[in-house]
Design a protein around this ligand. Structure first.
Ligand code: TYM
Length: 329
């Protein structure tokens, strides 16, 4: 059976990018694979070290995982910081990660620009911690959005390097994965770029119907096509990308035709988009409300998940120590 690992940082509530880029795939994959899904709270410390908010963020993502359909009977659902083995593998992998390649990582360069006052070693070694999360379970597949592609390339490189250095065939080279198609990039509602937590352009799984309608109606558009079959500008393409993600093919075709013959009314397009987003989000939101204050259930899930994940992680660490020549007296 294939092993699947993935996680989401605990920097705030989950948005549609997280859901369609990652979480929806977690839910499908748990039916047929050996799955480990976690909340990356260590990773959130690289940019959001806020002791007052950290636990609350972890807890809301845990509730959102469960509300969206992750099943603790099928997957190991756990918190990254409950895994000392991950911290150890991170340390060991860092011995074979070169400063040059870490500095060249696109996400590091972007973070250097955005957080110029806090370019810390955790940011630099973000990809080795992520590789440790994945390799600790010797994963085959990692469901992620398009923005994680380079991190996965580095994970494969670290796995290959370890195997070559120690003359073993120990770590599989894990592939990024999206159910049945290419990795996705869910656009934001502000006309350009991807939906993100720090971009302020997101629709969240916890948003009310009213918020969703308001946000969608405010999405950036233009004055409309003036010539038949004209090419769409990025702002409009983004709205169609969202429509393709949440709406039926008939709906998408209907609005594409209206765009092509210049009869489209963006108000109608947005209304439809908002309703189709609500159809995805509303049932999840209702379950979030039901679960989020159930402390007993949430801690049961996290403890049980950590036990399962640690079982697999302990085995890997023992084998890695053996391969690297670390022996106990
Ligand atoms: P994070 O927390 O930024 O995002 C979590 C997941 O959501 C996906 N995602 C998107 N997908 C499509 N369109 C978007 N607009 C969008 N925004 C976010 C991301 O691709 C990701 O899959 N480094 C990871 C967390 C992590 C991890 C791991 C993932 C830590 N260790 C090990 C997999 C395996 C991150 O920052 O994701």
């Amino acid at each position: 059976m294939e092993t699947v690992v993935s996680g989401i940082r605990s920097t705030g509530n989950l948005h549609l990018g997280n859901y369609f880029g990652a979480l929806r795939n977690f839910i499908k994959m748990q039916e047929s694979a050996n799955c480990y899904f976690f909340i990356a709270d260590y990773h959130s410390l690289t940019t959001h070290p806020d002791p007052a908010a950290l636990h609350g963020n972890v807890r809301s993502i845990l509730a959102e995982y469960l509300a969206a359909g992750l099943d603790p009977e099928k997957s190991a659902i756990f918190i990254q910081s409950d895994m000392p083995q991950v911290a150890e593998l991170y340390l060991l992998l860092n011995m074979h990660a070169y400063i040059g390649e870490l500095e060249r990582t696109a996400s590091f360069k972007e973070k250097m620009r955005k957080h110029a006052d806090n370019v810390n070693a955790g940011l630099l070694t973000y990809p080795t911690l992520m590789a440790a999360d994945i390799l600790i379970h010797r994963a085959d597949k990692v469901p992620v959005g398009k923005d994680q592609e380079q991190h996965l390339e580095m994970t494969r490189k670290f796995a290959r390097r370890f195997n070559t250095k120690y003359g073993v065939n120990y770590f599989p080279e894990p592939e990024p994965y999206n159910f049945g198609s290419d990795l996705v990039k869910v656009p934001g509602l502000d006309g350009s770029g991807k939906m993100g937590k720090s971009e302020g352009n997101g629709i969240y799984l916890a948003d009310s119907d009213t918020d969703i309608r308001k946000k969608v109606m405010r999405a950036v558009t233009d004055s409309g096509p003036t010539e038949p079959n004209s090419e769409m500008p990025e702002t409009i393409r983004n709205i169609f990308t969202l429509l393709e993600i949440v709406s039926s093919p008939d709906t998408v075709a209907y609005f594409r035709e209206r765009y092509a013959d210049c009869s489209i009314r963006y108000g109608d397009l947005k209304k439809q988009l908002a309703e189709d987003i609500i159809a995805t989000v509303a049932p999840i939101r209702e379950r979030i409300v039901a679960i989020q204050n159930d402390d007993v259930y949430l801690s049961q899930v996290a403890r049980r998940g950590a036990e399962r994940a640690q079982e697999s992680a302990r085995k890997t660490i023992a084998e890695v120590r053996e391969i690297m020549g670390i022996k106990r007296f």
